[in-house]
Design a protein around this ligand. Structure first.
Ligand SMILES: [Zn+2]
Length: 324
């Protein structure tokens, strides 16, 4: 069996999946995310060995793909990590390579001299949906990941768009409000400040400070998007209105992307895509209303199908050399 390992490096955990060329998960393993760079390389090695050890058949390992939470340039160097500052400006793939080769050599059932690649985590999640999920077989599509921020992966003519330096698809930093809310990127008014999970939480905290949204607080005293979603589902009108505001901003960004890319499908992934009834469906309605003049240039909006494993599976797809 030919296999690739994809590792999704998140702020709290590393998820590794060994996948075959059809995207089937052959084995998987987790490790907690360390917060310093030497610990990260150790944890990547540990999770790689664990996923190799769990393979039931002998495999030829084609490659290892890393999905990293930051800007990854065309040389695999990580820049501007929002959640793992200690590993900024690190060539993780190069540092990991000798350790993975040693792990393969010490495991009798694994052959091959795998290549190691690194990509942005949202690009990997998009690659998973494009190679094996809801965007599979669609040559012009965009995968939008709604989580703490908004990530994107673009596909044109059947290939992922990487851009001149490798930074294409940073859709969360499209400006949708002039002089708007400050963003972690240094800009203002970015899309992810208005339509992500953290944006919904901010809207809710503002409403609570103004004396509204009485019931929208978690047991630990925090206010998160999931609390707003739960309140909206329970019929709280303020929560419904707040999600409608965020869904309107989601639609604005999708309309901008539709004008630029002319995709046939948008695939929506990430935690907020689960809020189909109170967030995604209103967003699709706003998107349709905004695009009424677009005539036959309809764009279908679908929910992602690979769930929380999209990043790891997509990193594996890129390690196979798919979508390039
Ligand atoms: Zn920004």
């Amino acid at each position: 069996v030919r296999a690739a390992i994809g590792i999704d490096v998140g702020g709290t955990k590393l998820l590794a999946c060994a996948v075959d060329e059809r995207g089937r998960v052959l084995s998987e393993a987790y490790e907690a995310s360390p917060q310093h760079r030497d610990g990260l390389i150790d944890a990547l090695e540990t999770v790689t060995i664990a996923v190799l050890a769990d393979l039931s058949d002998a495999v030829e390992l084609i490659g290892v793909g890393l999905g990293l939470p930051g800007l990854v340039d065309r040389d695999g160097v990580l820049h501007e990590t929002a959640n793992l500052h200690a590993i900024d400006e690190t060539t993780i793939a190069a540092e990991l390579e000798p350790r993975v080769l040693a792990a393969c050599e010490s495991t009798l059932r694994v052959e091959g001299r795998p290549s190691i690649i690194a990509e942005n985590d949202a690009t990997c999640a998009a690659a998973g949906e494009l190679a094996f999920g809801e965007a599979s077989g669609i040559p012009d599509a965009a995968v939008i990941t709604l989580g703490t921020g908004i990530g994107g992966g673009l596909i044109a003519d059947g290939r992922i768009v990487f851009g001149g330096q490798g930074f294409a698809g940073e859709v969360g930093h499209m400006v949708v409000v002039a002089d708007g809310e400050p963003c972690g990127c240094g800009g203002r008014g970015c899309w992810e400040q208005y339509a992500s999970g953290s944006a919904i939480a901010r809207f809710a905290r503002e409403a609570i400070a103004a004396g509204g949204l009485a019931g929208v607080v978690g047991e630990d005293g925090t206010v998160r998007a999931e609390h707003v979603v739960a309140a909206a589902r329970a019929g709280d009108r303020e929560a419904v209105a707040l999600l409608d505001t965020a869904s309107r901003y989601l639609a604005i960004g999708l309309s901008n992307l539709a004008e630029i890319l002319d995709p046939t499908v948008f695939v929506i992934s990430g935690g907020l895509s689960d809020a189909e009834d109170v967030f995604l469906t209103p967003a699709i309605a706003h998107f349709g209303a905004q695009r009424r003049g677009a005539g036959p240039r309809a764009v279908e909006v679908r929910r992602a199908s690979l769930g929380s494993r999209a990043g790891a599976i997509g990193a594996g797809a890129l390690a196979f050399g798919l979508l390039r």
